[in-house]
Design a protein around this ligand. Structure first.
Ligand SMILES: [Zn+2]
Length: 232
């Protein structure tokens, strides 16, 4: 009996604390910083906390919120109408992306979710890693595009996430000084840099495949906004 009332009191206490925290989060004058508040959406320039990856997933999965986050950020993107090609191919939340943060991209059409995740990687992974390894920033991200109505290579039936622009293939970078780095030519020589940014991509994308995965990815990172966390 005494044990039971102990459990009851403990449960009551936990519920009370949870309720207080929730009240704190939703109160209009909450002192809780935005980046620690699970009821506030993602802002790309907020400091990274334990909640950031969760907030990114929420924004990437919500068409309207994704557009709001992009519009309030330094992502250079134009919102476009959906592209409807077939039952398997098209871009639902379509944007035309030409840059994120300090990096330019040759313009491409992709999904809002990919634009958002790429911008997060640029800010939190690429730029800090380039500064650490080369003492300068990244000026350009080179890519092999995002939308492509095709099956997974090596499969005849399973469609690639490129068919819905939920993936992007990144092939290399140009540093501020003009120096080029490509996965194909520089992987072995700049392994520490490439491994660091690959691991960072795994934080912000749901699937990351690169040269360590298989020969089909020897010259690019395949970065997906959906998946089960594969990181190789
Ligand atoms: Zn790919």
């Amino acid at each position: 009996m005494r044990a039971l009332s102990g459990v009851f009191s403990a449960t009551l206490l936990v519920c009370g604390v949870a309720l207080c925290l929730w009240q704190l989060a939703v109160h209009p004058d909450t002192p809780l910083p935005r980046e620690w508040n699970p009821t506030k959406r993602l802002y790309l320039d907020d400091p990274v906390t334990w909640l950031t990856a969760y907030k990114l997933d929420v924004a990437a999965g919500d068409a309207q919120m994704c557009r709001e986050v992009v519009a309030a950020s330094d992502i250079r993107a134009t919102m476009l109408d959906p592209l409807e090609v077939s039952a398997q191919c098209g871009i639902e939340n379509r944007v035309r992306l030409s840059g994120a943060g300090q990096s330019a991209l040759s313009p491409l059409e992709t999904s809002c979710a990919v634009a958002l995740r790429l911008a997060m990687w640029e800010r939190q992974g690429l730029q800090p890693a380039a500064q650490r390894h080369f003492g300068e920033g990244i000026a350009r991200i080179n890519h092999f595009s995002s939308y492509n109505c095709r099956a997974i290579r090596g499969s005849t039936t399973r469609m690639s996430l490129h068919a819905t622009a939920e993936a992007i293939d990144v092939s290399g970078f140009v540093l501020d000084s003009g120096r080029s780095l490509s996965l194909k030519a520089d992987w072995a020589r700049e392994l520490a840099f490439f491994e660091e940014i690959r691991d960072s991509a795994c934080q912000w994308f749901e699937t990351t495949l690169g040269p360590d995965y298989n020969a089909l990815h020897a010259d690019h990172f395949h970065l997906q906004s959906r998946g089960w966390g594969t990181c190789r």
